[in-house]
Design a protein around this ligand. Structure first.
Ligand code: ATP
Ligand code: MG
Length: 397
């Protein structure tokens, strides 16, 4: 396993804080990833220094989340989040802590964290603090709540989504008590903001095991957004064959859910989950296209591309291949690569050319569509002189 060493700019922050008499540790995902031999995406530091002390130690740093004690520190044009040790208490709404308290000790800070694997701290001298057995759980590839799982999920229902998202990303299993608590507390997920659920679900879909989405739906976590599943996990397995692109994977998820009547419309499902307009539009059109057989000839592909746009058609082709097999993706790619015309924008004549032939208004529009239709069948004839002659002739009829 590769030994991961924190970069110099991160070590600089840890050492500077320590030289000023503050405790400072790497914590959370970066320590977990280091122990797994995976290069962390970002580096989080926690410290006994209060936010104003961190700001004073590092000129040019910014108070990005003062309420939570977070200061963004800039070293050599890189930003690192430095957060004061804190504890949280109470959560009447299952979403936000009622109170955030800055505390002097690391253990309290670690005890508010979600899972043991995310509650390990490491300082610049290599000292590892692991009060909840996170290192052993990482070795055993287990996701275990810090403390009593039911209580932790009651405090913040999003942790249930995080548990399944981490299991998809890391290939870890939920420890049995954590899993039992998740099933029991799943109804609390209905109270979460849809945007937070959407973000977790998208991260899960973009992981190496997107079929884990099945567990989200089967456990009841998604009950507010979809009806209970009728079929098993195998319906979700094709998701892993899709490119790691949000549009494709959201479409694939809709197809898996539509296929077993768990949702009645991709559009309503995605809208309720507050998906952005582009994803919503693309996935809805693509899922609609999959109700009929996809094209069997280049000309049919081009007509479809003209009608629906490249993005939804590409998405539909990828999902069709992943779920039902066949070579739609390849056939579509060949059409796109050919550079052949499938839109009036690619015609060798423009609207202005037709205006100068005396065409206007509805007639002009109809002529453009006629020429496009012709060129789709005879791509080699997408030539200006030829089309102008055709348009002029067509005008005389
Ligand atoms: P990733 O690699 O996906 O960023 P991460 O573990 O760094 O994984 P973050 O969401 O960046 O996850 O959170 C950083 C740390 O903050 C976590 O490792 C965990 O210790 C803590 N944390 C984040 N969200 C929660 C939560 N909802 N409840 C408790 N602790 C949390
Ligand atoms: Mg992180």
């Amino acid at each position: 396993m590769e030994k991961i060493i924190p970069p110099k700019y991160v070590m600089h922050i840890l050492m500077t804080l320590r030289s000023r008499g503050h405790a400072a540790y790497l914590v959370g995902g970066c320590v977990r990833d280091m122990l797994l031999g995976v290069r962390p995406q970002d580096w989080d530091i926690c410290t006994s220094a209060l936010p104003e002390q961190v700001l004073a130690v590092f000129p040019g740093s910014r108070p990005t989340g003062l309420k939570h004690g977070t200061v963004s520190v800039k070293v050599n044009s890189r930003w690192v989040e430095v957060t004061t040790f804190r504890s949280e208490s109470g959560s009447a709404d299952h979403r936000h802590p009622d109170r955030v308290l800055f505390v002097g000790d690391l253990r309290s800070d670690l005890s508010r964290r979600d899972f043991t694997m995310n509650a390990v701290a490491l300082n610049d001298e290599g000292l590892l603090l692991d009060p909840f057995g996170g290192v052993q759980d990482i070795r055993d590839r287990l996701i275990r709540c810090v403390g009593v799982p039911e209580l932790r999920f009651e405090e913040d229902a999003l942790r249930m989504f995080r548990a399944l998202r981490f299991s998809a990303r890391l290939g870890f299993t939920l420890e049995p008590e954590t899993m039992r608590a998740l099933i029991k507390k799943a109804p609390l997920a209905a109270e979460l903001a849809a945007e937070r659920v959407r973000d977790e679900l998208e991260k899960l879909l973009l992981s190496g095991a997107p079929e884990t989405a099945y567990e989200l739906f089967a456990s009841g976590l998604m009950a507010r957004w979809a009806r209970p599943l009728l079929a098993g996990k195998e319906r979700f397995v094709p998701l892993a064959r899709l490119p790691k692109k949000a549009l494709c994977r959201w479409t694939g998820l809709c197809v898996a859910l539509l296929g077993q009547g768990s949702i009645s419309s991709a559009e309503a499902f995605l809208r309720e989950l507050r998906l952005d307009g582009r994803t919503l539009g693309c996935a809805t059109v693509a899922a609609g296209l999959l109700k009929e057989p996809l094209p069997a000839s280049p000309a049919e592909w081009k007509r479809l591309l003209n009608r629906c746009g490249v993005e939804p058609v590409s998405c539909a082709a990828a999902v069709s291949d992943a779920f039902f097999g066949g070579g739609s993706g390849k056939a579509l790619k060949a059409v796109l690569r050919s550079g052949e015309c499938f839109s009036v924008r690619h015609l060798a004549v423009t609207g202005d050319d037709l205006l100068s032939l005396g065409l206007s208004g509805r007639e002009l529009g109809e002529m453009l569509r006629f020429l496009l239709d012709y060129v789709i069948d005879y791509p080699e004839n997408n030539r200006r002189e030829l089309l102008l002659a055709l348009a002029a002739g067509g005008g005389e009829d």
